[in-house]
Each structure stands twice: as C-alpha cells, then as structure tokens.
Design a protein around this ligand. Structure first.
Ligand code: PMP
Length: 425
C-alpha cells in the first residue's frame, strides 16, 4: 500500500471511534504477534491495550488462527433463525461450565452494546410477562459505561455518557452515586445507602439494576468494594429487581477472577459478556440469564425474546471463542494475572511521586494512572509511540490492560514509558 495515499484517504473518509472528520493522525498497523504491533514503517510497539480488553492471548495466536481457518473451510456464516451449528453449541457448552451456576440460557449477539440491549429487553419483557409493566425503568451507577447504542447509552454515566447531546430522545433512568468505598479498603456500609434509598423509593418502577461489577471501565477505571456488590444483590432480591452484571470488560480473568462477580460471590440474574470472548479476533457477545427469567419471558405476550440479529452466533466467531476459552483454561491465567498485577504495581509506583499524578491504582491485569488534568491525546500519543509502546489514554487516565502473555520486561517498558511521558508534562 502507498501509505501516504492510504492515510490521506483514511483521514478524509474513515470515522474512527469518537473522532472528527477530517481525523487526527492514526498509526497504520500491518501485522501483530503476541504483544507486539508492527507499524507500516517497520517499528514495533508493545501493546498495552489488548485492543480494548480483547486480545487476552496476544495477537495471531497459532491455535486461534488454526481454529478460525478450519471453521472457514467448513462454514463462515449461516443464519441462526431455524438453523444451528456446532460452533454455537460448543461455545454454549463451554460458557455454561464457566459462568456462575444458575445462568443457563444464552443469547449470542454481535457486540457488547447489543448484549446490553438484549439484557435490558429481557428485564422489560420479564416484568411485562408478569403483569408488572410499571417496572420499565433502569437503575445504573454514575461512572458506569455500557455501550453506545441508545438503550445502553441511557444507562451510561449521565455526564460523561452523552446524555445531554441526545436529551429528549434518550429515556431517563435512575442513577446512584459512584461507589466510593475502594476495592481493598475496609467496607463502609454507608456507601450503599444512596443505592438503597433509590431502590426503596422507586422499586415499583425499576426492572433492573445494571452495573459493571468491581471495575468500572470506560467511565473512569474505578475499582470498588465487593461488599457494595453483595449489598446490591441483596437489595435486588428484597425489592424484586433484576441484577444485570455487565462483565463485557471484566470477564475472562482480567480482574484476577474469571468473572468479577466472583470477588463478591454473587450471581447476577443477567450477565453480559463480550470483548475477550473471542480472544480479540471477531466481534461476538453473549447475554446469559437464568431458567426462571427465560421461562417467564417466553410465557409473556410475545412468547419469545424479541431480538434476532442477522449475524447472531456467527460460526467463525463462536469457533474462535470456543478455542479461546479452552486456551484460557488450559493456561495458568490466574498466575499470569497475578504476575502482571505485581509488575504493574512495582512499575507504576514511581508515577505516584510525579506532581501531575493524582493517583495510581492497580487491580488484576489493569494498571491506571490518574492525572490531575486531562491528557492531551494528540500530544501524548506520539511520545508514547516514540518510546515503543501503544497506549490510548482518555480523560485524565493513562491506563494499561495488556495481554496475559506479556513478558516482565515488556511490563517494565510500558510503565517506564508512562512514567517518562508524565514526567514531561
Ligand atoms: N460494556 C462495557 C463494560 C464496555 O466496556 C463496553 C465496550 N467498551 C461495552 C459495554 C460495549 O461493547 P461494544 O463496544 O462491543 O459494543
């Protein structure tokens, strides 16, 4: 490719996530392997983002490639309406062995946002089927992020989540304050009082509480106390509200447990999975629920769950996801995440001494440096690339969630680059 022309076309015509046109500079990637991205000019970057939580095994894994190639020779896609196939069944069987017991009905969809839409629909149809149609609002947490489609956006943080921009179209939901009690600190029961107060007052209107368990991701990379989650579970039970756990970012080991709900030993009524589900190969997500929720929904007016995407349970995506789960379980992922956690703690600790830094926090294979002021992305990204690392800061946050196979010296290099670019500010 003539990259001068290619990049000019890209800048003029291609939207990137949350981007303007003409666009900001982007870096062309021509190849990737393991934790390395190779740029068109031959430079190699250590990838600290795992493509936004997804590529947990690293890029171009031979087993994932082989699974995909084998499936490609058989069946790339077929409609899921009235037909089924082995990859969907194989993936479903694997998932049920992993997720908290009691979640046994699976809806495969195409992206995390859609998985959240399906979760919201399940909750609405569940109460409608029981003649409780007044329960059609959702309760969410400030600082939360659940996706960019309208239903999902409506439960994202109302300030950072673009509510103002789409006001008048977005349904208004209830929001509890962001949990303030940190993961690892002593639990203060007062932290869940605002949540309890909203539930006590409005439970007749609320179908479900939706939250990201333990780690709020794109809404602020915030780690909160497992007892908050336990309290939320108890309140939902007491007031007949469904609990939706959005584990799209936290799922598959990222926080040190296979699913973040396990930190609190709770089971949600509805679970959303995505991102690392396919090891970062293809877009696939899943919404899981209990037999009771599914049976109730299917006994309602519609007699079915009202959703059915064209690319539902795409065989290529399901096959690579099944292989990715096998790979994860066969690996010592927990030891790896613990190792990365220790490496990030040690590597990022010096950042704490820098005047521009408000806080450093690490949980599982997630390292976060929160600055006192927002990062100038256009200025900082080239400096990171010059230092041989790929990171994508947002707001006041410079953070990393690398592949689980990242080597010690690569963690060191990521942390060192973060330290240096912040020192330069
Ligand atoms: N929920 C959470 C917690 C997420 O982090 C994301 C993606 N950043 C989504 C939902 C939406 O997923 P997708 O981008 O695949 O639609």
């Amino acid at each position: 490719m003539n990259w001068d022309e290619g990049l000019a076309f890209d800048r003029a015509h291609l939207w990137h996530p949350y981007s303007a046109l003409p666009g900001q500079p982007v870096w062309p990637v021509v190849e990737a392997r393991g934790t390395r991205l190779k740029l068109a000019d031959g430079r190699e970057l250590i990838d600290g983002m795992a493509s936004w939580w997804c590529a947990v095994h690293g890029y171009r894994h031979p087993r994932l490639n082989a699974a995909l190639n084998t499936q490609l020779e058989r069946l790339a896609h077929v409609m899921f309406g009235g037909l089924t196939h082995e990859p969907a069944i194989a993936l479903g069987q694997r998932l049920l062995k992993l997720v908290p017991a009691g979640l046994e009905k699976i809806f495969f969809c195409d992206s995390g946002s859609v998985a959240v839409e399906v979760a919201l629909k399940l909750a609405l149809q569940y109460f409608q089927a029981q003649g409780q149609a007044a329960k059609r609002k959702f309760l969410a947490l400030r600082g939360g992020y659940h996706g960019d489609t309208f239903g999902a956006m409506a439960v994202c943080d109302p300030v950072t989540g673009m509510h103002r921009l789409f006001a008048g179209f977005l349904p208004k939901q209830f929001f509890a304050p962001r949990p303030s009690c940190r993961f690892g600190d002593p639990w203060d029961p007062k932290d869940a009082q605002p949540l309890a107060a909203i539930i006590e007052r409005h439970h007749r209107e609320i179908a479900a509480l939706i939250l990201e368990p333990i780690v709020q991701g794109a809404g602020g990379m915030w780690f909160y106390h497992p007892d908050y989650l336990r309290t939320a579970r108890r309140l939902c039970d007491e007031f007949k509200i469904l609990l939706i756990a959005d584990e799209i970012a936290t799922g598959f080991g990222r926080t040190g447990r296979l699913f973040a709900c396990e930190h609190a030993g709770i089971r949600p009524d509805i679970l959303c999975l995505g991102k690392a589900l396919t090891g970062g190969y293809l877009s696939l997500a899943a919404t899981l629920t209990t037999a009771e929720v599914a049976a109730t929904v299917c006994a309602g007016e519609a007699k079915c769950l009202m959703h059915g995407p064209t690319f539902m349970a795409n065989p290529l995506a399901c096959q690579v996801a099944a292989e990715s789960l096998d790979l994860l379980l066969e690996s010592d992922w927990q030891a790896n995440v613990t190792r990365i956690e220790a490496g990030l703690r040690q590597g990022l600790a010096p950042c704490q001494t820098l005047p521009a830094v408000a806080e450093v926090r690490v949980l599982g294979a997630i390292g976060v440096v929160e600055l006192k002021a927002p990062v100038d992305l256009a200025a900082i990204t080239p400096k990171l690339v010059e230092r041989g690392v790929w990171l994508r800061p947002f707001g006041k946050l410079i953070y990393t969630m690398p592949a689980y196979c990242i080597a010690e010296d690569e963690i060191g290099a990521l942390c060192q680059a973060i330290y240096e670019v912040i020192s330069d500010l």
